[in-house]
Design a protein around this ligand. Sequence first.
Ligand SMILES: Nc1ncnc2c1ncn2[C@@H]1O[C@H](COP(=O)(O)OP(=O)(O)O)[C@@H](O)[C@H]1O
Ligand SMILES: Cc1cn([C@H]2C[C@H](O)[C@@H](COP(=O)(O)O)O2)c(=O)[nH]c1=O
Length: 212
Amino acid sequence: VKAVICVEGNIASGKTTCLEYFSKTSSIEVLTEPISKWRDVRGHNPLALMYQDPQRWGITLQTYVQLTMLDRHLSAVAAPVRMMERSLFSAKYIFVENLFRSGKMPEVDYAVLSEWFDWITANICIPVDLIVYLQTSPQTCHERLKQRCREEEKVIPLEYLESIHQLYEEWLIRRSSWPVPAPVLVIPADHNLQRMLHQYEENRAKILAASL
Ligand SMILES: Nc1ncnc2c1ncn2[C@@H]1O[C@H](COP(=O)(O)OP(=O)(O)O)[C@@H](O)[C@H]1O
Ligand SMILES: Cc1cn([C@H]2C[C@H](O)[C@@H](COP(=O)(O)O)O2)c(=O)[nH]c1=O
């Protein structure tokens, strides 16, 4: 039986670092977010455009995120366990929702994206067996984001990370917003790298149990 594990968390919470750690396990294949595509689609950078003018370009980025995440979910699984960064679900429930709720996405754009999302999830099977939620404080992410220094993200204020955090907590902890497609394993992720790697090791059995 093959298992799909989605690693979820705020921007710069440590998802890529977590995936990198587990990529050394032979039974696990890792799929990172297709962010290079979001930064370059036929010479255009919809991620940068969205941060510059979310009202205008939010729908452009989120349409492309939805397509590329769907493509990730549907690509052939080779190893017994697939670990992927985020999911079609968080793109919609966290990022589209954030744009809409903060008044940065027109209602018609939100409606069109929601129709697409509802059609996809009603007609295409998107299996997820476990969600690993890297739970951080927005302040930790802000520090890590500044340290990582991705050009497009220099404009992100702490308040943006606070909104994303609230949406994740509503979805995966309070379970008050949207359906949760799989059991959730919460890993506190404010700790230093060494302690995080130790925690990943401690949780290895629980993570791999998703494939049993
Ligand atoms: N536990 C940690 N403590 C301090 N810095 C970290 C830790 N984990 C990751 N980082 C650093 O924080 C930044 C964001 O981490 P990354 O794994 O890229 O997050 P994400 O994929 O969730 O955006 C990177 O510069 C990374 O090296
Ligand atoms: C899924 C998704 C992501 N984004 C943005 C948010 C960040 O700037 C990057 C992803 O970076 P991370 O370090 O992997 O968290 O993409 C977005 O705007 N919309 C989305 O749906």
